[in-house]
Design a protein around this ligand. Structure first.
Ligand code: CA
Length: 228
């Protein structure tokens, strides 16, 4: 049964394209696919997909570049990178280029479909949260995926939006790393340290002095809490 969501697949391996289109189609998603980066960016413009699955090694360009181009088209479009590279530095590079999730090949189709569902749910939850919130000197726009400090605007990834959204729902309350992992990432795809890395990045965007945080506070041995 169709669920009204379109997924764009940018991938040059025909068997991978067939397998994924099949599995996603079975789950009710409409799929469109492109075998290279240029065509992928073109299709993203025309089809306005709800999510993009992006391979890193494409015949004409690399996935990081495509990711950056897609980000210029839409700040909020969820992008999931599919890659055979499993080095942490590649993941960080992908997330820095604006990707929202990173799946390492080989993966099970079931796992991928679950991650797609989780990412779409996260985006839906983020866009249904109140638009503008002020954290100290930062104006946070969760629906628009931006944060502005002194007129300087930066983009927030969908993980950062979900993480901030969770902290904002429970201002003043300590939230454990495990709960953050469960609510923000949904699957145990990454370790606890990733939560800390995301907190560091968020502090850089929100805190006046990220090394001496005044709003996103560490609760030692437990997790984090937000103080407005
Ligand atoms: Ca490839």
């Amino acid at each position: 049964m169709a669920n009204g969501k379109t997924i764009l697949l940018i991938e040059d391996e025909p068997t991978m394209v067939l397998g994924l289109c099949d599995a996603l189609g079975f789950e009710g998603y409409r799929t469109v696919s492109a075998g290279n980066g240029r065509q992928g960016v073109e299709l993203a413009r025309v089809e306005k997909p709800d999510l993009v699955l992006l391979d890193l090694t494409l015949p004409d360009t690399n996935g990081y570049e495509v990711c950056a181009q897609l980000r210029r088209i839409s700040r909020t479009l969820p992008i999931m990178i599919l890659s055979a590279r499993s080095q942490d530095s590649d993941k960080i590079r992908g997330l820095d280029a604006g990707a929202d999730d990173y799946v390492t090949k080989p993966f099970s189709v079931g796992e991928l479909v679950a991650r797609v569902r989780a990412l779409l749910r996260r985006v839906e939850r983020a866009t249904s949260t109140p638009g503008l919130v002020r954290i100290g000197k930062a104006d946070v726009n969760l629906a628009g995926h931006t944060v502005a400090v002194d007129g300087h605007e930066e983009a927030l990834s969908s993980y950062e939006v979900a993480l901030l959204g969770l902290l904002l729902e429970r201002v003043g309350e300590a939230i454990s790393r495990d709960e953050i992992l469960d609510k923000v990432w949904g699957v145990q795809a990454i370790n606890n340290r990733a939560v800390d890395n995301f907190i560091v990045k968020l502090r850089r965007k929100v805190e006046p002095s990220p090394d001496k945080p005044q709003h996103i506070l560490t609760v030692y041995g437990h997790g984090y809490k937000l103080v407005l």
